[in-house]
Design a protein around this ligand. Structure first.
Ligand code: SF4
Ligand code: SF4
Length: 106
C-alpha cells in the first residue's frame, strides 16, 4: 500500500505526489471510490497507487498526459471527466481506432 497523509484541505492537488487523479475531488473520491484499483491498473504511465485508505493518489509528480483513461474506467464515477481529460480520452480512442484499422489492413 502507498501510505500518505491527507492534508485536510486537499481537494484537487492533481499532478503532485499524493494528489488525486485529474478531475477528482477529495470528497467525491471519499464518497464513491470502492478501492477496486482499476484506475491504477489502466494508467498508461503507471502514476497512480492506492493509499492506505484504498483511494487513488499520484505516486509520481510528473507525467500525467490527461489521457482520461482513469476517469473512463471508473465504474463508480469517482473520477469525473474534465474538459481536458475528455479531449484526452477522445484523442486516445481515436488513436486506438486508427491502430486497429492499421492492423486490420496488414
Ligand atoms: S477506478 Fe474508481 S472506484 Fe476503482 S479505485 Fe479508481 S477511483 Fe476508486
Ligand atoms: S489521466 Fe491518464 S496519465 Fe493521467 S493519471 Fe489518469 S490514466 Fe494516468
Amino acid at each position: 500500500m502507498f501510505e500518505i497523509q491527507d492534508p485536510p484541505e486537499e481537494t484537487r492537488l492533481t499532478g503532485r505526489v499524493g494528489g488525486l487523479p485529474p478531475g477528482a475531488t477529495y470528497l467525491g473520491v471519499r464518497e464513491s471510490c470502492v478501492g477496486c484499483g482499476d484506475c491504477v491498473e489502466v494508467c498508461p504511465s503507471d502514476l497512480l497507487r492506492l493509499d492506505a485508505d484504498g483511494l487513488p493518489r499520484f505516486a509520481e509528480a510528473l507525467g500525467c498526459g490527461l489521457c482520461g483513461l482513469c476517469a473512463d474506467v471508473c465504474a463508480q464515477g469517482a473520477i469525473p471527466l474534465t474538459p481536458a481529460t475528455r479531449r484526452g480520452l477522445d484523442r486516445t480512442m481515436r488513436l486506438e481506432r486508427e491502430a486497429e484499422a492499421t492492423l486490420r489492413a496488414l
